[in-house]
Design a protein around this ligand. Structure first.
Ligand SMILES: C[S@@+](CC[C@H](N)C(=O)[O-])C[C@H]1O[C@@H](n2cnc3c(N)ncnc32)[C@H](O)[C@@H]1O
Length: 311
């Protein structure tokens, strides 16, 4: 009979062997590209992280903390004189590289594995190129009349063990009314309204993304460590949704004064998103199809996005 001790030895040998292999590959990769790495002192933390997007129209809507900034993409395209053609981001996340390239008239393909990233990119594409004036009127109406409040039915909000109790009862009810009321809209408006909800979920919940985990505010009543965590203000559902819709409309429909200041708009590139793993999709892409690859891959085994984006 096989003893438990021998099983656990085999598991740890396998683990150390597996990790050893990864270390080895990592070293080889580093050596191979050593001469290509460049340190740019001008690329500050503000630019290489999401921080610079926080005040930037369109990029500020969804706080994807792992994103880089649109300014970084503009800097790189300029630095490497990429003014036309097509770029690829195989770890597209919230699509920063795709939308920033598109703004300069360059086409962009992205690959993203997680549904949250795919949903952000698709909703932005809908707003960018498919939304009609009537659709804008519909979402304006949602912000003015707070349509969900008149909805008597509710659509059940599914939860996972790790998200149980993430919202106050009133907030959860409002989310369920909102989701039910969305059903009356056309597909474009629904996609945008669901995106609006995604954008505010963390701010109306008892949780906050914290490194690898969701951190729980003491008001949730979920098990607290010795030092209770206070995430500060938890936004009220109606205000959070209304303000997010207003922010989106303001960013996309600039006032007449702004239009007069910046009358000429560059011709925009096309964005194509592949949903799935780049490990499977990249080998199927045509050779030499891209003029630049700009990407920020996830750390190997370090960061579980499905946990931090579980809401
Ligand atoms: C550091 S983030 C990229 C953020 C992006 N630069 C932005 O500005 O939003 C890495 C992304 O890679 C995605 N990812 C992880 N493994 C992947 C895979 N095998 N194929 C495609 N995407 C993957 C993750 O879901 C995550 O969104």
């Amino acid at each position: 009979m096989v003893s438990l001790a021998s099983i656990s030895n085999t598991v740890s040998e396998l683990e150390s062997d597996g990790l050893g292999k990864i270390d080895n590959l990592d070293r080889q990769l580093h050596q191979r590209f050593q001469n290509e790495f460049l340190d740019h002192p001008s690329l500050t933390r503000l630019i290489v992280s999401f921080q610079a997007n926080k005040t930037r129209p369109i990029y500020r809507w969804y706080k994807y903390k792992e994103a880089f900034s649109a300014s970084l993409i503009e800097y790189l395209l300029q630095q490497y004189k990429t003014t036309q053609g097509k770029v690829l981001d195989p770890f597209a996340g919230s699509g920063t590289a795709l939308f920033a390239a598109r703004e300069t008239g360059i086409d962009a393909d992205g690959i993203e594995l997680l549904p949250i990233g795919q949903q952000i990119i698709n909703a932005k594409k809908v707003l960018d190129s498919e939304f009609t004036p009537e659709d804008f009127d519909r979402i304006k109406n949602w912000s003015k009349l707070q349509v969900w409040k008149q909805c008597e039915q509710k659509k059940h909000l599914p939860e996972l063990r790790i998200t149980k109790g993430a919202y106050a009862e009133l907030t959860r009810n409002a989310i369920e009314q909102y989701l039910e009321a969305c059903k009356l809209e056309n597909n474009r408006v629904q996609a945008v309204l669901k995106f609006v909800l995604l954008c505010v979920l963390e701010s109306i919940s008892y949780t906050r993304k914290h490194g690898q985990y969701l951190r729980w505010d003491y008001r949730s009543g979920r098990g607290q460590s010795k030092k209770p965590f206070n995430k500060g203000e938890i936004l009220e559902f109606d205000n959070a949704i209304t303000n997010k819709i207003i922010e989106i409309i303001d960013d996309l429909l600039p006032s007449t004064q702004q239009i007069e200041l910046f009358p000429i708009k560059n011709p925009q590139g096309q964005i194509h998103l592949y949903g799935g793993s780049c490990l499977e999709i990249m080998p199927r892409l045509a050779n030499a199809a891209y003029d630049a690859i700009i990407t920020s891959p996830p750390y190997c085994n370090r960061y579980d996005y499905t946990r931090t984006y579980a809401l």
